[in-house]
Design a protein around this ligand. Structure first.
Ligand SMILES: [Zn+2]
Ligand SMILES: [Zn+2]
Length: 254
């Protein structure tokens, strides 16, 4: 159960780190530490799964004699501990309605760890029962393999989410293509939009930067107000817009 301990230690460090305010060195604050931790957690879990599969296949080919009663006792204790921890984590997490969304990914990874450990423990108990009663030694690796298939889907999904944020991908809730076409429809005074970037530092903090070509720069303040409203309705909380004239577009190649 060393995964459990590591996960909890990482989760605690992350909760401490992301509570720190922004500094002159770290202008985004420390919210991304949660994503990095989640990525590492899931990677460790993935390697654990690979190791469990490898062991299971070995034991399937060469069934080893196992003391059934010890397996049942150990498995049941581990199951209780893991389930208890998972329930505590889940109820604690949903206690406050105003909990921060940026904690979600990491709590999810920790919860996933606990739950996977609990399920593995339960598989051990069931396997132990069969071994104890019928001396069916191959049942243990088979249960391990079922567990591995079940949890692998969750882990790869969580890893993809972590990777997407680390790569500054456009948040899933935003469809950039339709956002641009909606913008062109609602803002005829915008002649062109380029160098547009949307990225998330946490689930709550979504950034946008863009160059906007307009005919009349003197009316930009009115346009900016409407743009701020438009983007904030899309869940973009920080916007930086560079106005440009059609004859004096930026010389930087995008
Ligand atoms: Zn501002
Ligand atoms: Zn430009």
């Amino acid at each position: 159960m060393s995964i459990l301990r590591d996960t909890l230690v990482v989760a605690l460090i992350v909760v401490y780190v992301i509570s720190k305010k922004t500094t002159f060195e770290m202008t985004y604050g420390f919210l991304k530490a949660e994503v990095i931790a989640g990525f590492i957690n899931n990677l460790v879990l993935l390697f654990t799964i690979i190791f469990i599969s490898y062991e299971a296949v070995l034991r399937l080919i060469n069934p080893e004699e196992v003391k059934g009663l010890y397996v049942i006792i150990f498995g049941f204790l581990a199951f209780l501990i893991n389930l208890f921890s998972a329930v505590i984590l889940k109820t604690h997490h949903h206690e406050g309605e105003n909990h921060h969304h940026h904690e979600d990914l990491n709590i999810k990874a920790a919860y996933l760890h606990l739950l996977s450990d609990a399920i593995l423990s339960l598989a051990v108990v069931v396997g132990g029962l069969f071994i104890y009663l019928f001396s069916v030694y191959w049942i243990d690796p088979v249960l391990s393999i079922i567990f591995v298939i079940y949890i692998l889907k969750e882990v790869t999904k969580a890893l993809k989410e972590n990777y997407h944020i680390l790569m500054e991908g456009v948040p899933e809730k935003i469809d950039l293509k339709s956002l641009i076409s909606e913008l062109e429809k609602n803002f005829p005074e915008v002649l062109e939009i380029h160098d547009i970037h949307i990225w998330a530092v946490s689930s709550n903090d979504v950034y946008l930067s863009a160059h906007i070509v307009v005919k009349n720069l003197s009316e930009f303040d009115v346009l900016l107000e409407r743009l701020e409203k438009f983007f904030s309705e899309k869940g973009i909380t920080h916007i930086t817009v560079q106005p440009e004239k059609p004859d004096k577009k930026c010389q930087i190649l995008h």
